[in-house]
Design a protein around this ligand. Structure first.
Ligand code: FAD
Length: 354
């Protein structure tokens, strides 16, 4: 059976919810289709000790401030799941959980959205499927011969899973630093942290609040034709959240340059020496989950879909939310996605009204 609706939102994490909030305010008829059986998007799957890099009141979606988590300045992932669950209910958003969008096709006058439980025809689509379902692992030499355990940020939960083991954590971003800190602070894991270039810690007084301001200032500079300030990347890569700071200050967070190859039982370093390892945790990032948009053939060679703001350059009825700064400054953050969602829905309201 085919259902008809003005807008389909693919993905019901924070980006899909922010879109829903603004669509509702615009009085637009919409449905959010989310593959997860329960609310919370990727936050449901993050590791036990993860803390947000901003306080609660700087991690809020439009309309409702995230309440503080008692006893924590930087909330845990579970607190975000509770907030998003409440947000869905509070605004009575029409979300169908447990529904995966398989493909979006162009029909004559509509976009056809096919899923594992039916087909929708819509006048516009907002894609907000995030990156969590597409973990990226680089093609390191010897990856296929290593007989130990290889995992990625997406499956890391806690140090208890690695007690007594020698573990190599790969990656110089926030996930790599936080997971290396989590493991070293535990004291029962022999951790080696490796990064492609020396890790760049942000100053201790800079957290997500300042990062958001910097991202916003950069966007304003670029929009006004002024010089690129370099944005957040110019400041550093790793936010010194409390566990990272504690591990760093205790001298436990010393990164080594990347190994040259994996061996059957460990790694080989650039000088030819070898180390034993039981496990490698790849904290090497994500790619945008855009496979459902393949029939529209919009991708550039980097795998992104070129956008003007949030709107796909090659398909005026498609908007992208979240994913990364390429869909708008800080669009892939809790505090930043609201602004890009508002702009996307404003343009969709114009399209539907026109
Ligand atoms: P997601 O949360 O991934 O939600 C996407 C939803 O779409 C999911 O429910 C998924 O199941 C669903 N979906 C995917 N494909 C389909 C499909 N084909 N059909 C239907 N549904 C689909 N941001 C902050 O603001 N503060 C932080 O402190 C912070 N820390 C982070 C730490 C880590 C380790 C990571 C990875 C990110 C962090 N972020 C942080 C960034 C960002 O806020 C999160 O990645 C957030 O989950 C992105 O929300 P989203 O809605 O774009 O994607």
């Amino acid at each position: 059976m085919t259902q008809h609706v003005d807008v389909v939102v693919a993905g019901g994490g924070q980006a899909g919810l922010a879109a829903g909030y603004h669509l509702r305010r615009q009085g637009i008829d919409f449905t959010v289709l989310d593959a997860e059986p329960a609310p919370g998007g990727a936050w449901q799957h993050m590791w036990d000790s993860l803390r947000l890099f901003s306080p609660a009141d700087h991690s809020s979606l439009p309309g409702r401030l995230m309440p503080a988590q008692p006893g924590e300045v930087y909330p845990a992932a579970g607190h975000v799941v509770d907030y998003l669950t409440d947000y869905e209910k509070r605004y009575d958003l029409p979300i169908q959980h447990g529904t995966r969008v398989d493909a979006v096709h162009r029909d004559a006058d509509r976009l056809r959205v096919t899923t594992d439980s039916g087909t929708w025809r819509a006048r516009a689509v907002i894609s907000a499927t995030g990156t969590w379902s597409r973990p990226f692992v680089p093609a390191a030499p010897g990856r296929g011969v290593f007989t130990g355990r290889q995992t990625h940020t997406v499956t890391y939960r806690s140090p208890a899973d690695f007690a007594g083991q020698r573990v190599i954590v790969v990656g110089g971003g926030n996930s790599g630093a936080q997971i290396a800190a989590d493991l070293t602070l535990d004291g029962h894991v022999d951790v080696t942290w490796v990064t492609r270039r020396p890790p760049r810690f942000l100053p201790d007084d800079i957290d997500g609040r300042a990062l958001f301001d910097v991202a916003t200032a950069r966007r304003s500079a670029l929009d006004a034709g002024r010089d690129d300030t370099g944005g957040v990347a110019a400041l550093g890569d790793v936010v010194a959240v409390p566990p990272v700071r504690a591990a760093r200050d205790a001298g436990l967070l010393n990164a080594k340059p990347m190994f040259s190859r994996l061996t059957a039982h460990g790694v080989q370093w650039a000088d030819g020496s070898q180390s034993h390892a039981d496990a490698v945790i790849w904290c090497t990032g994500f790619r945008p989950a855009l496979a459902h948009l393949a029939p529209l053939t919009l991708r550039d060679p980097r795998g992104h879909i070129p956008t003007d703001g949030t709107r796909a350059v090659g398909e005026y009825r498609l908007h992208l939310l979240g994913y990364g700064d390429w869909t708008g400054p800080a669009s892939a953050t809790l505090i930043g996605v609201g602004r890009t969602a508002r702009e996307a829905t404003r343009q969709i309201a114009q399209l539907l009204g026109g």
